[in-house]
Each structure stands twice: as C-alpha cells, then as structure tokens.
Design a protein around this ligand. Structure first.
Ligand code: GRF
Length: 199
C-alpha cells in the first residue's frame, strides 16, 4: 500500500518542490505519494507549488492544541508527516497521534546548532561565528524536543575558509534538496514493506 504523505510548510517551499519532483520522477515505483500540503500561513508560496502540482493545499489553525492539524491529517488518511520549512512547534498531541511518523530536515549538523531560535540564516550565522569547520544537513524523526529525535540521515560538508553565511546557506539548501526527498523515500519504503525501523 502506498504511503500517504502530508507535507507541512510555512514558507517558500523549495524543499516541498524537491519532494514533489522526486516522487513524481519515481513513477510507478514510488513507495509514497504526497496527498496533502498544509500550512499555518495562508500566503505561503508552498501552497501555490502544491496547487500547481495538483496536490490538495490546506491552511489550518496552528494556535490550538493540535486538534485542527490532527483532524486534517486523519481526514486525508496520512501515514507520514514531512516537515519542510514548517515554522511552528508541533504540539505534543500531534506527536503522540503520529509516533515516529513525523520527519524534519535541519540545515545543520544536529545536535549542534539546533533548538529554539536556530532556524534559517541564524544557523549559518552561528556556524560561521563559531568558526566551525563542518556543517551539513540532518534528517530526523520529530519528538517533543525541538530539533531532536532519532536521526535518519546526515550529510556533512566542509566550511571553506572565508566562506559567508550566504554562500553556506546556498550550498546547504542544494544538499537538502537532494538528501531530504531520498531520505523520505527510504522511510516510506520501509513503512510500505512493514519493516520496523524506528517506527
Ligand atoms: C530549509 O532550510 C529547512 O532546512 C528548514 O527551513 C528551510 C525551508 O526552506 N527547516 P524551504 O521553504 O523548503 O525553501
């Protein structure tokens, strides 16, 4: 049975686009399909990307205890929730309703440079400020702690001497677009074959 994915996104949705393109490229061999894109922001460009791909795009109220999101996910019989630039904390109720079934991508090497306030350009600024020699991309399952939970994949890259936060942001994002869809595909393939691995 094909795994039913919901992608949650709050912003531009470049990772969403990479996911859409990747799963479309798999054709009949895909273990998963994106059945829903949902956002807490009505004007999120990610919603336009979903509509352009013929995927249901929904806006939900993220200010409650998670009931609105759980209702939406259940309504679409979602098996796997993929966060792609979703800027709100996932309520504990949602995590308990979908244990081990929520995945996130972080533009840094967790557990470093993660947690409250560590998102977007701030991650790359902090990497440069600390003089770190490596950075990268982390894909992990979501638990109740921010930027925490079992790690699925990590891709490390060097920080070059004289590199800026901006150049780092571009390189890291390009890697996210390659790594994240493939990591999600692997999670979906395990789930589709009912192989127990993390969930
Ligand atoms: C990405 O860098 C991702 O790692 C982080 O938020 C950013 C989202 O970018 N969680 P986009 O909306 O996918 O373009």
């Amino acid at each position: 049975m094909t795994v039913r994915i919901a992608v949650l996104a709050s912003g531009r949705g470049s990772n969403l686009q990479a996911l859409i393109d990747h799963f479309a490229s798999l054709g009949d061999t895909t273990p998963a399909q994106i059945v829903l894109v949902a956002s807490n922001r009505e004007k999120a460009p990610a919603l336009d990307r979903a509509r352009a791909a013929g995927i249901t795009a929904s806006v939900f109220d993220a200010s409650d205890d998670g009931s609105a999101l759980i209702g939406l996910l259940r309504g679409h019989e979602v098996d796997l929730v993929v966060l792609a630039g979703y800027m709100k904390r996932i309520p504990a109720e949602v995590i308990q309703a979908y244990p081990g079934q929520i995945v996130n991508v972080h533009p840094g090497l967790l557990p470093d440079f993660g947690g409250a306030g560590m998102y977007g350009a701030r991650v790359h600024d902090a990497v440069i400020a600390r003089g770190a020699t490596d950075t990268g991309v982390t894909v992990h399952l979501v638990d109740e702690e921010l930027d925490h939970g079992p790690m699925i994949a990590q891709w490390k890259i060097p920080v070059f001497p004289g590199e800026t936060a901006q150049s780092l942001a571009e390189r890291v994002l390009a890697i996210e677009h390659i790594v994240y869809p493939r990591a999600v595909e692997m999670i979906a393939a395990l789930r589709e074959r009912k192989i127990f691995a993390n969930f």
